[in-house]
Ligand binder design. Structure first.
Ligand SMILES: *Cc1c(COP(=O)(O)O)cnc(C)c1O
Length: 395
């Protein structure tokens, strides 16, 4: 039997490769950081979600070690059977404090948080109204739920209103949006979404994976940016990006919602609890966040500097309120060539083109970090200028 299936897979894989969509992974021989080692060579990393530069932070490494010494390596169980540790409750409380929410539930990843949030809360008589550019895990979570589905064009408030009108006879309505959309770096217009939610009696869910730690003066995310802390019913997020970059996800928000998820959310009920070392490091991370905004300040200054310099050099950068800078090239082969030439210069950035972004919208995505020093940013900008001139993108 496998022969036939093998032939089929080989053919499909060859087609993926022929379409230029085959994903090869680079092998990093160092810790994640502003500088990484690849094939024995030092390079600058501008394509990680390591926004606060915490992925190799000594305080977090120390906290993880101490956590393992005190509470062991693993949990070997789900929480409703074996319970959880004091550390897990402490981390949940820290997350609630950070976002100004009532309660928090931990998952192994935000993919699980999004996968397990809709089905326990909503049924066939309800409506989910979802931004067209929402993350894959939200799309999958919505698929698992029986609620009626409505989709609005990215951050398009006229379309959102039209969808809310179409859904007006449904029992409960939930608007779902990413906080920051990862391809453009744009922030969702949460103030307007919230207004429409009030007008049409809907609830709101925000996935803060790319915005928590980044957006807002103190990095509390889009609810801080729009003065809506504590007002949004559901927030999901990850510990795998700005918050240290290891693993772990969470849903935080209204108390009864979190309680229902503890009763019925399948990725919570039927998947292992987070490892003690990661939980201990997470606690330390949120302590650091409450002590100082130094990292957020540095990240915001870095991002502003980078975009200002790039625009001054003649590059077409999308406006961004996040740490994501989309340098528009429009042409798919050009974006691939550009990224490859940047790599030759020791700068890691990613080229994105159709189908990841719309046709004719190819770009290089640059992700800025608090770990970047001015010399790193200048090296990256200088490489952009050199390759940009070489490939005729700028004069
Ligand atoms: C990265 C990301 C996720 C997945 O987070 P993990 O914790 O890595 O599973 C979910 N939603 C959004 C918007 C993301 O950017």
């Amino acid at each position: 039997m496998y022969n036939k299936f093998q032939d089929y897979l080989k053919q499909e894989l060859a087609q993926i490769e022929a379409d230029g969509l085959y994903k090869n992974e680079r092998i990093i021989e160092s810790a994640q950081g502003a500088e990484i080692i690849v094939k024995g060579k030092k390079c600058l990393n501008f394509c990680a979600n390591n926004y606060l530069g915490l992925a190799d932070n000594p305080q977090l490494i120390e906290a993880a070690k101490k956590g393992m010494d005190a509470r062991g390596f693993g949990m070997s169980s789900v929480r409703f059977i074996c319970g959880c540790q004091d550390l897990h409750k402490e981390l949940e409380a820290k997350i609630s404090e950070f976002f100004g929410t009532e309660d928090t539930i931990l998952y192994a990843a935000c993919f699980d948080a999004n996968g397990g949030v809709f089905e326990p809360l909503l049924g066939a008589e309800d409506a989910i109204i979802s931004d067209a550019l929402n993350h894959a895990s939200i799309i999958d979570g919505v698929r698992l739920c029986k609620a009626q589905r409505f989709r609005y064009a990215n951050a398009d408030m006229a379309d959102l209103e039209a969808q809310l009108q179409a859904a007006k006879d449904c029992r409960f309505k939930l608007i779902v949006t990413d906080g920051v959309f990862s391809m453009d770096g744009n922030v969702c217009p949460l103030d307007k979404i919230y207004e429409l939610a009030q007008k049409y009696d809907a609830m709101v869910m925000v996935d803060e994976s790319h915005s928590a730690g980044v957006v807002g003066v103190t990095g509390r995310g889009v609810t801080e940016r729009f003065n809506l802390k504590g007002q949004i019913e559901i927030i999901t997020g990850t510990l795998g990006k700005a918050f240290g970059g290891a693993m772990g996800g969470f849903t935080t928000g209204k108390k009864e919602i979190i309680d229902m998820l503890r009763q019925r959310s399948r990725p919570y009920l039927f998947s292992n609890s987070m490892a003690p070392g990661l939980v201990a490091a997470g606690i330390r991370m949120f302590e650091m966040m409450s002590e100082t905004n130094e990292l957020q300040d540095k990240l915001h200054a870095n991002t502003e500097y980078f975009i200002r310099e790039m625009v001054a050099k003649g590059f077409d950068c999308k406006p961004s309120e996040s740490a994501i800078c989309a340098v528009m090239l429009y042409d798919a082969p050009l974006s691939q060539k550009f990224a490859a030439r940047m790599q030759d210069e020791g700068i890691f950035v990613t080229g994105f083109y159709y189908p990841v972004v719309p046709k004719g919208q190819a770009r290089i995505r640059v992700q800025i970090s608090a770990a970047h020093e001015k010399e790193h940013l200048d090296k990256c900008i200088n490489a952009f200028v050199k390759i940009g001139q070489e490939l005729g993108v700028i004069k």
